[in-house]
Structure formats: structure tokens, C-alpha cells
Design a binder for this molecule. Structure first.
Ligand SMILES: CC(C)(COP(=O)(O)OP(=O)(O)OC[C@H]1O[C@@H](n2cnc3c(N)ncnc32)[C@H](O)[C@@H]1OP(=O)(O)O)[C@@H](O)C(=O)NCCC(=O)NCCS
Length: 170
């Protein structure tokens, strides 16, 4: 059994063991994430194994925006001319501990993050979920789930309208 919960002081010991194979993502959870949560810069959700308290994976969410120029051509005509940027939700980081990779944890965390982002967008407007993949491996993971590469950047997005169709389908 696992639970997905907000990172708190209670996770401080076990987050030190987290190792996904990407040093930047490991050190973010170990050192930076709690500070960011405290300062309200982002929220970090951890997937915790109920029996052991071990952290299997994590992701972070925050508000952000992208300039109109960064939006793919096919979407641009939806926005009034006066708009310089559009509100989005940033799925800043997502990682699974190497001991749990290949078991569906990444997929479960991604779906949880997308459901949460869609749910919040019903009260605070957001046009899309944006990710900023670290490398080609991460890019191919997000591509598998429908994320579209933004022109002239490494970032990718998934329109909230797509999530609405997915999650509101009866
Ligand atoms: C990328 C990562 C999050 C995937 O998590 P995971 O738990 O190993 O993946 P899952 O077991 O949930 O895989 C779900 C599906 O995605 C596929 N998949 C996994 N990694 C993939 C990749 N890099 N590219 C394409 N598909 C991938 C799996 O084959 C599986 O497909 P299936 O459902 O058709 O069988 C994980 O490997 C990881 O943390 N890597 C290091 C950190 C990282 O690169 N994070 C990316 C965001 S910055």
C-alpha cells in the first residue's frame, strides 16, 4: 500500500535515502524541497510506502506562466491579442527511486499530478500543465503521455482541455 502526501518534517529521515539516479533530482528532495514548501514556492508530494515509510517517488507543483510566443502555433489564435502570457501549472520535478522504477510508480505519480492540476484549474485558471524535462529520457516519458514540445524550448505542455476530456469523461 502507498499514500501520496505533502512533504513534511516527518519525512526528513527517509528522504535522505532517496536515489533516482539523477543527482539534481535527488538533492532537490533531500535539501531544497522542504524550504520551497515552507516558502510557498511549490508543493512537493511524496509517494510513501505505508509499511516502511520509504519514499518511492515525488513530484512538485506550482503556478507559473508561459509567454504567448512560446505557445505552439495551433493554440495561439485562442488568446486575445492583449495577452502577453498565459497561466499554466508547472509540474516542476517528478522522480522515482531506482529501487521502484519500472513498477508503475512514475505513471501513478504523473496521473495524480495531472488530476490534481486539473482539479485546481477548475477554481484557479490554468491553460496547461508544463514540464521542463531534464534530458531525452525524461522527454520521452512525457511524450508517451501526450505532452507536446513547446517551440524554441525544452519545455513541454499538456493542455488542460485535454485533461478535462480525460478526467470528466463519464
Ligand atoms: C522517468 C521516471 C519518472 C519513470 O518512472 P517509472 O516508475 O520507472 O515508470 P513506470 O514504471 O511508471 O512506467 C510507466 C510507463 O512509462 C514507460 N516509461 C518509463 N520510462 C520511460 C521513458 N524514459 N521513456 C518512455 N517511456 C518510459 C514504461 O515503459 C511504462 O510503459 P507501459 O505502461 O506502456 O508499460 C523514472 O524512471 C525516473 O524517476 N527517472 C529519473 C528521473 C527523471 O528522469 N525524471 C523525469 C522528470 S524530470
Amino acid at each position: 500500500m502507498v499514500a501520496i502526501e505533502i512533504l513534511t518534517h516527518g519525512h526528513r529521515k527517509l528522504k535522505k535515502d532517496f536515489n533516482c539516479g539523477k543527482a539534481l533530482l535527488d538533492s532537490y528532495l533531500r535539501i531544497q524541497a522542504s524550504q520551497d514548501v515552507k516558502k510557498k514556492l511549490s508543493v512537493c508530494f511524496v509517494c510513501v510506502e505505508s509499511e516502511t515509510g520509504k519514499i518511492q517517488g515525488y513530484y512538485t507543483l506550482s503556478n507559473n506562466s508561459i509567454p504567448i510566443g512560446a505557445v505552439p502555433e495551433g493554440y495561439k489564435n485562442q488568446f486575445p491579442n492583449s495577452y502577453r502570457s498565459i497561466p499554466t501549472t508547472l509540474l516542476g520535478r517528478l522522480a522515482v527511486d531506482a529501487r521502484y522504477q519500472g513498477l508503475g510508480v512514475g505513471k501513478m505519480l504523473l496521473i495524480d499530478a495531472l488530476q490534481r492540476s486539473y482539479s485546481i484549474s477548475r477554481s484557479v485558471g490554468s491553460f496547461a500543465v508544463v514540464v521542463d524535462p531534464l534530458d531525452e529520457e525524461a522527454e520521452s516519458f512525457y511524450k508517451k503521455y501526450g505532452f507536446i514540445l513547446l517551440p524554441d524550448s525544452q519545455k513541454m505542455f499538456l493542455p488542460m482541455r485535454t485533461l478535462e476530456i480525460l478526467f470528466d469523461r463519464k
